[in-house]
Design a protein around this ligand. Sequence first.
Ligand code: ADP
Ligand code: ZN
Ligand code: MG
Length: 490
Amino acid sequence: MSSTAVSPDVMAKYEPVIGLEVHVQLATRTKIFCACPTSFGAPPNTNVCPVCLGLPGALPVLNRQVVELAIQSGLALNCQIRQESIFARKNYFYPDLPKGYQISQYDRPVAEHGWVDIRLPDGREKRIGVTRAHLEDDAGKSMHEGFRDSEHYTYVDLNRTGTPLVEIVSEPDMRSSEEAYAYLTELKLLMQFCGVSTCDMEKGHLRCDANVSVRLRGAEKFGTKAEVKNLNSFRFLKMALDYEIQRQIALLESGGKVVQETRLYNPDLDETISMRSKEHAHDYRYFPEPDLLPLRISDGWLAEIRSAMPELPPVKRKRFITEYGLREYDADVLTATRDLSAYFDEVVKVSGDARQSANWVMGDLAGLLKANNKEVAESPVSAANLGELVKFIAKGDISNKIAKDVLEKMYETGETATAIIDREGLRQISDTSALDKIVDEVIAANPKQVEQYRSGKTQVIGFLVGQVMKASKGQANPPMVNEMLRAKLG
Ligand code: ADP
Ligand code: ZN
Ligand code: MG
């Protein structure tokens, strides 16, 4: 970094401009134009057929589910869905591209003119434009290591060839690496939420290229951009952007010029290096794909998909806050995944108490799941069962302390709260006659504390309440005990 170090004062003179191009692998079982499986980790070159190998004469057939997922992703991004879109050939030569072209979409993509609302660490919201989302097929993989003759050869695995992708192109609306990070976070959440993709970055299901330029603050025109590739984690995205922004500012400050080029991020060195300049940029010679008809999406199909869209995180978050009265933080946590938010909604429906439900889902249940390395979808305590437990708590039928034990038993046995509470006689004693006796006994057994209370040291009541709780094995209702003690002690 030393060669590009720039003082904060100088950095502050410039404004970064960032646009992201994100590839999302669609969660289909089979490929976009053939019936080969998309499964990860199969032996090299086994998930292939004449279509995805690009053998002469083989013809592509569009996978209907791919289109459905692309429409869902477009809707999640607030895009207009283009009801007639066109596939186009993007021509280039590369060993992992057997057809010699990628089937993509060019001037008529399936979705365009959308937006994503991002939330920044300081709580601010900002709307980032989505230029377009288009369908395309993935290329294979060049393998440079791990084979017998890797010293001399590059190997090619074509299992990934023909895997369905949507490429989501943003407007150059982001102004810092934090905004880019927040955008990718929200995008990932949206895609996962509507089931479009697992977005598993380790498996390459979410890949991001960043376009970066800088301009003097107040300037109207954008600067020349560089495109940074190979950002396969959120951390690398942020680090690469921070590096690239500094590099460009240092270059301009020293009288140089940013050249339009593609750069590769190297996480080991934390720097970007030039891969190819504009002069060597590809001319992809796009033209309409002659082997595929235009993609027509009927009104009926579009309406059907639209009405089946799940409630998405931004709407859910707002509902949890306004309707349930949750704090923003809790609403964020509980909308982190579709499974968790669905589970929580069900708990609230049964318990009737959203705040208590939030406490128990995020607290004790989350703790048990984490300790057992389980996801909420695999919880041995169903949402309805937890809801019932929370209802007992909210009504004051059992104390918090007893509820914790009951939840642990529910987790171990899968039994309902009612079954455990009734069998073990755990309901809180809330009728005065039963408590009366215990309270009298505690008063009789603790003359010293009673004396202290009567002489004005009223905080000693806490001790006496504790004694009653102990004598009732935790089943007394603490506020009621408190009230009874005060009445009896005058
Ligand atoms: P290209 O013709 O090089 O593909 P596009 O105009 O299609 O460029 O934009 C590609 C991506 O680069 C988009 O995400 C866009 O928002 C972003 N972008 C465009 N111009 C700039 C710029 N000056 N600075 C930063 N990002 C930019
Ligand atoms: Zn195939
Ligand atoms: Mg472009």
